[in-house]
Design a protein around this ligand. Sequence first.
Ligand SMILES: CC(C)(COP(=O)(O)OP(=O)(O)OC[C@H]1O[C@@H](n2cnc3c(N)ncnc32)[C@H](O)[C@@H]1OP(=O)(O)O)[C@@H](O)C(=O)NCCC(=O)NCCS
Length: 372
Amino acid sequence: MNVQGRVRQATEADVPAILDLLTHFERPREFLRPRYEEDPTYRPRQSFVWEEDGRMLAHVRVYEQTLRLPATTVTVAGIGNVVTHREHRRRGYNRRVLDAALADAAHRGFAYSLLWTNSPFVYERHGYGAAPEQVVTGVAAAPDGSLPANARPVVVRPFEITDLPAVARLYEQVHGQRPGTVVRDQPYWRANLAFRREEPGDFLLALDGDALVGYVRTRRDGTALEVTELTSASTAAARHLLTVAAAPVGGRVTGRLPESAIGLLDAAPHVEESWRLMGRPLRIDNLAAALRDSRPDTHPDLSVHPAGGRDVLLRTPTTAPTAPIGPGLLTALLLWGAADRLEPHLATRPDAPLLRSLFPRQDGVLWQADSF
Ligand SMILES: CC(C)(COP(=O)(O)OP(=O)(O)OC[C@H]1O[C@@H](n2cnc3c(N)ncnc32)[C@H](O)[C@@H]1OP(=O)(O)O)[C@@H](O)C(=O)NCCC(=O)NCCS
């Protein structure tokens, strides 16, 4: 096919056309507008577009994030706002813009890429694999409240923008060592608040006197309340927040929670896997450096190698190399370590003991509040 168009990075002047094109995502223009016009971290060069005869026909955006791993961080090129003009699909335009975005991110040193999708087939051919997020659904505490009798009264009220410094400090204090969480600086926080557009009731704080002791961010998900982030210095405050926030839906809460938070829900919460999260390494040299930094005592000489197709293998000087690891399993191991729930994916592998020692299980979470 004789293709006349070209891929290029966007410029400031392209933003209105990008917003028009994003309506082909079957969402009103206003839905994604804040991510382009109110996000101080957005640079038009993070948008890759397919242009043909002066018309913009396809777009992807790279969301630049830094995620925590044990004792270190890893740079992540998040892929989002992926769309092709509805009358110009299946012509390879998405493939071209995505290839260009990934090549640029790799060139700039991003170690890893993540995305969420309902269309995994679009991304598998670009080297991504799906990783099982754990979605927990249950009832928040007891209907009559949740603070132990000897606890000081905690006041729950909606977030206000003047609370941001205290909220950012608490996030750092609670999640500063938690794998999978995003490193959030002030511009990131501002961007995140702008594009999540939570209503006052969706972002609740728990205060003990003047001290912020917890907060919860949520969105309505049918008959339950979806927790998109739960940050609390104490279990009692977390329970109390969930109870107050979920009261309008009879206490029903759902969310991608870290293992340590599952006990906040009443006995026997329902746990299922969601396979919408996909990941892949981008720069395996930088990924290897991050893995070495994450466990300098146990594997200072770990290296990562291509193993054909989308797979990699890991080597240490003292062990046989691992078997090929697909991008989905690799993503899961990075975020959650060899958690019990990954055992079905590990147990049949000959290298399971080595993988368990390279990736001890960890209380990781990638909050939906950071999704793009
Ligand atoms: C998904 C979307 C971006 C694909 O764009 P596109 O320009 O049509 O994609 P391409 O032509 O580059 O196709 C890339 C590959 O994706 C796969 N693919 C794309 N659309 C597909 C479909 N409807 N059914 C099956 N496979 C499909 C194919 O493997 C295709 O490879 P091929 O060349 O072998 O056909 C486009 O359909 C779209 O904008 N959809 C609505 C928004 C959306 O769903 N975005 C993704 C959210 S994560």
